[in-house]
Design a protein around this ligand. Structure first.
Ligand code: ATP
Ligand code: MG
Length: 355
């Protein structure tokens, strides 16, 4: 039996990177696997507070993320949809795993560096004052919580974007290290399952305003991303101001022409029936001006997310009590799986209550 787990932070409405790189894949897996397998999708709010959040805004974003997940096609009857902080086993397993996690390995992770705009060779013990002041323990140890999220369900497969591949490798290594450490315990045959990563074809959608960086919810420039709830007019405007180049015509060259190639990728991945590959699509559009290309991409994107946008409005209009009941159901379902694993982990490390 496959167990699929993935998460998304409630740090804003999902954008096309989240949608094409992760959410659309989640729905596909749900529709293919729900009869015989288990699918868990979490709003990972404990991860969101690794950077500064306004409490009111965070609460609203949790709700909006719930609506977004329903809007893209996740179905509480087929998938377990829940908020991470509602299932406290996540934090508990994180602590236990922290006792097996290497600081050296965590120090090589790039995410805490990119969130603090530090160079790739930065160290957590860097004496530079800006680093010391800004690096919080939670931001640094975030991959341990992420590993706990995954391992808590004995997950077999994790569908994520490419930026998370490094953390998944960390989770796998942590599971293997933990298993090795408990192997001497004769009272338990329990092992954590090292998960596999599933990358979607659109594994890294780039920012519209800085196409060498990935599109992100937390980028301070709202024009850097297209949200799954954006209207056609907003999509057109954001694409109009997307950074391209002054080379004539359209060609696909992610290294040399990152802006234009990102637009082609977007169009290709939104609707893969338009061409056989991004290269082919670029050839079909060869003669277009930048302006005409952007208009075309806007049409395809608008068409591609229209249903999601409409469903989002419907879900947001549902009575609060209905949404709360759905969240509660997810919490209970996830909790029953998580409680079982945590119990076995505790027994395996000698934290059992059987005295
Ligand atoms: P934040 O800026 O707050 O970190 P985010 O946009 O990076 O937000 P996350 O909630 O961190 O989104 O990630 C949710 C999922 O979306 C993950 O699986 C991640 O790999 C994927 N993802 C995020 N950005 C992109 C992107 N630009 N292209 C493809 N996948 C992405
Ligand atoms: Mg992120």
């Amino acid at each position: 039996r496959k167990i699929i787990f993935s998460g998304i932070q409630p740090t804003g409405v999902p954008h096309l990177g989240n949608y094409l790189g992760a959410l659309r894949q989640w729905v596909k897996l749900q529709n293919e696997l729900h009869k015989r397998h288990v699918l868990l999708y979490s709003i990972v709010d404990l991860h969101a507070i690794t950077v500064k959040q306004d409490p009111k805004e965070l609460a609203q974003w949790r709700k909006e993320m719930f609506a977004s997940l329903m809007a893209v096609g996740l179905d509480p009857k087929r998938s377990i949809i829940f908020a991470q902080s509602d299932v406290s086993y996540h934090s508990e397993l994180m602590w236990i795993l922290s006792c097996y996690a290497s600081i050296g390995y965590l120090g090589r992770m790039t995410q805490w560096k990119s969130k603090l705009a530090l160079p790739d060779n930065a160290s957590p013990f860097d004496p530079s004052p800006s680093n010391k002041a800004a690096l919080k323990l939670g931001l640094f140890s975030y991959p341990v919580l992420q590993a706990a999220d995954i391992l808590l369900y004995q997950t077999t497969h994790v569908p994520v974007g490419e930026d998370q591949a490094q953390h998944l490798e960390f989770a796998r290594e942590l599971a293997i290290g933990f298993n090795h450490a408990i192997a001497t315990n004769n009272n338990s045959n329990f092992r954590l399952h090292p998960p596999e990563t599933i990358l979607s074809p659109a594994k890294r959608v780039m920012s519209l305003t800085n196409p060498t960086k990935k599109m992100s919810k937390s980028d301070e420039n709202p024009k850097s991303r297209i949200l799954i709830t954006d209207t056609k007019e907003v999509i057109q405007n954001k694409l109009k101001s997307a950074l391209t180049d002054s080379v004539e015509g359209v060609s696909y060259d992610p290294e040399g022409r990152p802006g234009v190639s990102n637009l082609i990728d977007l169009m290709y991945h939104i609707d893969e029936s338009v061409a056989a590959s991004p290269e082919e699509l670029a050839k079909d559009l060869e003669g277009l001006s930048m302006r005409a290309l952007k208009e075309k991409v806007a049409d395809v994107v608008d068409e591609g997310i229209r249903d999601v946008r409409e469903k989002y409005e419907e879900v947001m209009a549902m009575p609060g009590s209905e949404l709360r009941a759905l969240a509660k159901k997810g919490e209970q379902q996830a909790g029953s799986y998580a409680g079982k694993t945590l119990g076995e982990v505790k027994r395996a490390v000698g934290l059992s209550t059987e005295l």
